[in-house]
Design a protein around this ligand. Structure first.
Ligand code: COA
Length: 164
């Protein structure tokens, strides 16, 4: 029997890109409710603070009525459980993503078998985007306006100007 589904979409979002946003919009269409969890990847030192990322995501998603945004610490499956979500949504860009994502999905299944990972293939024209690339290009003076939502672009420019 089918049931209404709540999903979580997790990431560092440093910063949110058009690639992430595409997955969020498609996830919001597929699921009853989508909770975006901004986490901390222990291998990364973020450029934007947690509060800045939260604010940028809230602004970018303000028209998506069934999407909520929060921060989280700890295990992804525990966060999903705390949101009463049964789906972990992930975007798949490339073959390299596939290998990494399968490993994460299998580990998450070992940790919590009731939570399913659902993959959405990224739009081909967005599959080259990553948050690090966006930051690298912007820091070197390149135009990233077609890679991120408008509010993120403005914030990125402001932050780079402030750091001069
Ligand atoms: N479009 C554009 N870029 C995308 C994308 C998409 N659809 N999907 C992923 N990316 C980018 C991200 O921006 C990120 O770029 P970066 O490396 O340049 O910063 C990169 O691809 C990797 O994304 P992701 O795998 O989502 O890593 P992340 O650092 O953004 O988030 C967490 C990682 C928070 C989801 C992960 O560490 C986690 O689940 N932590 C919880 C701890 C846990 O449960 N660990 C055990 C898991 S088995």
């Amino acid at each position: 029997m089918s049931q209404s589904l709540r999903a979580v979409y997790l990431g560092t979002f440093d910063p949110l890109t058009n690639g992430h946003f595409d997955i969020i919009e498609r996830g919001a269409f597929l699921f009853e409710h989508l909770v975006i969890g901004i986490g901390q990847n222990s291998k990364k030192t973020p450029f934007f603070s947690l509060d800045e990322r939260l604010e940028m995501l809230k602004q970018a998603c303000s028209l998506l009525e069934n999407v909520s945004i929060t921060t989280f610490n700890g295990l992804a499956v525990e966060f999903a459980r705390s949101c009463s979500a049964t789906v972990m949504l992930r975007g798949l860009r490339t073959e390299a993503d596939y290998v990494y994502e399968m490993q994460m999905a299998m580990m998450n299944r070992v940790l919590e078998e009731k939570i399913e990972t659902v993959f959405i293939p990224t739009r081909q024209d967005l599959s080259h985007i990553s948050s690090s690339l966006v930051k690298d290009v912007a820091q070197l003076g390149g135009d990233v306006s077609c890679l991120v939502p408008k509010n993120v672009y403005q914030r990125l420019r402001q932050k780079l100007t402030d750091s001069l």
